[in-house]
Write a protein that binds this ligand. Structure first.
Ligand SMILES: Nc1ncnc2c1ncn2[C@@H]1O[C@H](COP(=O)(O)OP(=O)(O)O)[C@@H](O)[C@H]1O
Ligand SMILES: N[C@@H](CCC(=O)OP(=O)(O)O)C(=O)O
Length: 375
């Protein structure tokens, strides 16, 4: 278990750091970019980049920067207008970032991710390779969800959890979450008596002791709930996190005791397995019998059709699915080896039977152990 000083040192010494900034830290309530605050953030990030850190910026703000120029008084609430607004705001955001980083001689590149694009192994590797190459080239990748094209059913929705996943993809040494409040408090800071928390040794244990709410700024989406979720994903991925306000970006990156530091609670796992465990919501469920449940819980077995009882939902091979026991308890998440409509004919059959009756292409696990992560 790391002490606060060790966590701060790890952040200061991070070779690769993912910094996430929220809409409320970059935009005005009128729906326009706040150039002053954006420039101050860029100055802090450029200082880290020019000192040799590999910096990835996960930036929200596309919708919040787009609705003012489009003549709306507040953030649009219907999906089509939000998507159109994001298309306008994302361009404005990137143009400001490019100019601001350019003043420090730092080049930026835009990466827009949809959950759907990145859940499949091949696209996941693509994202990983592109981000890695950008960092090798000394570029600061600026990542956002592809809000204009993301489908409503399968999307991250908030960039907090996306930033923790990106931290996994690039194997970051630290995650910095920048928002409009200086730290995590025991309750929303507007509540009398709420107290600032400087250090969280175990985020899973702390979650129960803290009262958090969704967004309060009118432009943000996830509030403190998704930030704690991001800190939890990072912690169980072996990545330390600091949460503070955007104006503290510089001190946070230098390891000063600002905001809230979250210690990692586990050794780093493989980034791909963490991706399966935390990325977009599963699209279906495979229910297994007691024997298969024991085998899956053991952590080393593939899920074979012989132990599967039911399949629910509509999904394609490669999609994430839950593996549940008969009482409906989630045992694991995994990537399905088959389309959902192929599975009913396979249920309860041994590999030999599958081979004989359905052909060699069906004589494979429903979920291979490499694609299975216990929950
Ligand atoms: N326990 C808490 N500690 C700190 N802030 C909290 C807490 N609970 C709720 N919040 C609220 O979460 C807000 C940050 O979330 P959000 O508006 O989504 O920011 P962002 O746009 O940066 O993602 C803060 O303004 C704060 O009022
Ligand atoms: N992708 C969206 C932002 C989603 C989001 O997480 O917003 P925030 O809570 O401000 O970090 C956008 O760029 O408008």
């Amino acid at each position: 278990m790391l002490t606060e000083a060790e966590v701060r040192r790890a952040v200061a010494g991070a070779r690769t750091v993912v910094v996430k900034v929220g809409s409320s830290s970059l935009t005005k309530p009128s729906g326009h970019l706040d150039a002053g605050r954006l420039n101050a953030l860029v100055a802090a990030l450029s200082a880290a980049a020019t000192e040799g850190a590999r910096v990835v910026l996960v930036s929200s703000g596309a919708i919040a920067a787009g609705f003012g120029p489009l003549g709306f008084d507040s953030r649009p609430t219907d999906v089509a207008t939000q998507q159109a607004t994001a298309a306008v705001g994302q361009g404005l955001l990137m143009s400001q970032y490019e100019a601001a980083f350019g003043r420090f001689g730092v080049r930026v590149g835009q990466i827009l991710i949809t959950a759907e694009d990145t859940i499949r192994p091949q696209q996941y590797r693509n994202v990983q390779r592109t981000l890695g190459r950008l960092l090798d080239l000394g570029v600061v990748p600026i990542v956002n969800e592809n809000d204009s094209l993301a489908s409503n059913e399968i999307r991250f929705g908030d960039n907090d959890r996306l930033s923790a996943l990106v931290a996994n993809i690039v194997r970051a040494d630290a995650l910095v979450l920048l928002t409009d409040v200086d730290a995590l408090y025991t309750a929303p800071p507007s509540e009398p008596g709420s107290e600032r928390i400087g250090f969280v040794p175990n985020v899973a244990e702390t979650l129960g002791d803290v009262t958090v709410t969704g967004p309060t700024s009118g432009v943000g989406t996830g509030g403190m709930v998704t930030k704690l979720e991001a800190a939890r994903v990072a912690a169980v991925s072996g990545i330390p996190t600091v949460l503070t306000c955007a104006s503290n970006a510089g001190p946070a990156l230098m390891g000063d005791p600002v905001g809230t530091a979250f210690a990692p609670v586990k050794q780093r796992g493989s980034s791909r397995r963490l991706w399966i465990g935390f990325a977009a919501e599963p699209r279906g469920t495979i229910v297994v019998d007691a024997g298969a449940a024991t085998a899956v819980r053991g952590g080393h077995a593939s899920l074979l059709a012989a132990g599967a009882l039911e399949v629910h939902g509509a999904f394609s091979a490669g999609d994430p699915v839950w593996v549940d026991d008969e009482s409906g308890t989630h045992l694991a998440r995994g990537l399905a080896g088959f389309d959902s409509e192929e599975i009913p004919q396979m249920l309860g059959r041994t590999t030999t039977q599958l081979n004989r009756f359905l052909g060699e292409e069906y004589a494979h696990p429903l979920v291979h152990r490499d694609n299975l992560v216990l929950v």
